[in-house]
Design a protein around this ligand. Structure first.
Ligand code: GDP
Ligand code: IMO
Ligand code: MG
Length: 420
């Protein structure tokens, strides 16, 4: 039962792309299970930097199968340009597969995404503007269009017409133009659209390794995130089963990716946010600008209250800690281990959204570190030790640079990690 899930435990941009690419070395199949081109996953191979939005981060390992799962929403134009851009850089798509059940992001979804942001006035979410929310809304409303619908142009045309009528957008968009542009794009990618459930289960039966790659992060999850400041899909481990068609019994490990400090793009509560020079310094040193939209990311200290919650929600079995190098030379380091809400102090992440807005962090200080060159630094680093003890989950992977070889595997028994 060798499926492993890679998920973000914060607000996205934890370094899931780098960790997925690293772990893909041992995988046979890599599956993206939710989200769309709101995601931006950066993978550095040698001197080359790749920014992936829809394509799984395993694609840079030739020969590995890569699947865009049923839980994704796909903008066909964005997919075609991503594939063409990568092909121009000699990336092979011989083993790419797309679930026919994945939903399409249509031009009217992108239009509605930006219209609705304007209408929200002071309650903006700060979406990526890629049409994600409206596309998932149609899926739930059972008027969404799946990629597989494009195999019948008649059916596709009928569905586009019904949608424009239902949304009263008939004067804004032309059915025939949408059908033409989607059909043109579909011709380029139709060879990849195939029934993937059988392929996935064959792999499981034959003991092959499957890696399920999440986009966004736990605190952006539609159910478990900081609602309504969330995305419209399920980045959490439950979403990995739903969005790939692999049952929970086949999941061997849940690898939670944690950035060594916190960042968030868009609006919404962020208890440990630093709105000062240190926050600005973290943004600059850590290059904290959105991979997809280029927006500056908000920055802050590590929030162990939120992370403990994320570990519970996902059933995390191990942690991949990234960007530790960015904290080199900062001392002391602070981590939030509790929240003050009015007169009360609590160590649980509040489940009532409004309470989170009122939370202020209670910090503990940990001495900083200067360099991360020696192996012992990774085993006995106090910051790592504090995190795994607090969360009760071993930190098995430490990333200290964007490159593949700037990754250290901590073996559990030698690290002396806390027991769950
Ligand atoms: P994702 O959305 O979770 O895949 O993360 P992003 O790719 O949006 O953002 C993470 C950024 O940090 C990327 O630019 C990575 O190349 C970079 N990165 C990942 N791990 C490390 C690390 O350990 N150290 C440094 N300095 N950069 C890293
Ligand atoms: P990766 O996969 C960081 C944020 C947006 C906004 C909210 C809703 O690279 O970690 P949406 O367009 O999804 O409706 O926007 O979610 N958001 C992300 N933040 N990383 C991402 O993806 C994100 N995808 C969406 O900024 O606050
Ligand atoms: Mg990202």
């Amino acid at each position: 039962m060798p499926a492993r899930i890679v998920i973000g435990l914060q607000w996205g941009d934890e370094g899931k792309g780098k960790i997925t690419d690293y772990l893909a070395e041992d995988a046979d199949l890599i599956v993206r299970y939710q989200g769309g081109n709101n995601a931006g996953h950066t993978v550095v191979v040698g001197s080359e930097k790749f920014k992936l939005h829809l394509i799984p981060s395993g694609i840079l390992h030739p020969g590995k199968g890569c699947i865009l799962g049923n839980g994704m929403v796909i903008d066909l134009g964005a997919l075609v340009s991503e594939i063409e851009g990568l092909r121009a850089r000699k990336v092979s798509f011989d083993n790419l597969m797309i679930s026919p059940k994945a939903h399409l992001i249509m031009p009217y979804h992108i239009f509605l995404d930006s219209e609705e942001e304007v209408q929200r006035k002071e309650r903006k979410i700060g979406t990526t503007g890629r049409g994600i929310g409206p596309a998932y809304r149609d899926k739930v409303d059972r008027c969404g269009i799946q990629i597989g619908d494009l195999f019948s142009q008649e059916l596709f045309q009928e569905k586009v017409g019904m949608n424009l009528e239902k949304k009263k957008l008939g004067s804004k968009f032309s059915v025939s133009e949408i059908v033409k542009s989607c059909s043109d794009h579909f011709q380029i990618i139709r060879e990849f659209v195939k029934p993937v459930n059988g392929i996935l289960h064959d792999h499981l039966i034959h003991g092959k390794n499957i890696l399920l790659e999440g986009a966004q992060g736990t605190l952006l999850d539609l159910d478990h995130g900081t609602y309504p400041y969330v995305t419209s899909s399920y980045p959490t481990s439950g979403g990995a089963c739903l969005g790939s068609g692999i049952g929970p019994g086949s999941i061997k490990a849940v690898i939670g990716v944690v950035k060594a400090y916190s960042t968030r793009v868009g609006e919404g509560p962020f208890t440990t946010e630093l709105r000062d020079d240190l926050g600005d310094a973290l943004r600059e040193i850590g290059h904290e600008y959105g991979t997809t939209t280029g927006r500056p990311r908000r920055t802050g200290w590590l929030d162990l209250v939120a992370l403990k919650y994320a570990v519970q929600i996902n059933g995390v079995t191990e942690i991949a800690l990234t960007k530790l190098d960015i904290l080199c030379g900062i001392t002391p380091l602070k981590v939030a281990t509790g929240y003050r809400i009015g007169e009360r102090i609590q160590t649980e992440f509040p489940e009532i959204g409004g309470m989170l807005q009122q939370s202020t962090p209670i910090y503990e200080e940990i001495p900083g570190f200067k360099d991360l060159k020696r192996e012992s630094e990774f085993y006995y680093n106090q910051y790592i030790g504090f995190i795994e003890k607090f969360l009760g989950v071993p930190v098995t992977i430490v990333s200290y640079g964007e490159k593949r070889d700037e990754t250290f595997i901590r073996k559990e028994k030698e690290a002396g990690v806390a027991q769950r």
